[in-house]
Design a protein around this ligand. Structure first.
Ligand code: 9UX
Length: 69
């Protein structure tokens, strides 16, 4: 079962940020990155493996501020 999650992300300003956020999200078990652009991330995830809060935390941990939409 896959759920989807949209996150708004502040602190992103360039393509390097996009790569950093993508890498952080891909490291979370159960998460599949659908798209990341400056300010926004869209992922699919297995709710048995990850929670929206954990997914947001993976972004916050590297210095951005993610908000669950
Ligand atoms: Mo771009 Mo992002 O100059 O963490 S790398 S703003």
């Amino acid at each position: 079962m896959q759920n989807t999650l949209n996150l708004s992300v502040t602190g992103m300003h360039c393509g390097s940020c996009v790569r950093r956020v993508t890498t952080a999200l891909e490291a979370v078990p159960g998460v599949q990155v659908q798209s990341v652009e400056v300010g926004l991330a869209h992922v699919a995830f297995d709710p048995d493996k990850a929670t929206p809060q954990e997914i947001a935390a993976s972004i916050n941990r590297i210095g951005f501020q993610a908000s669950i939409q």
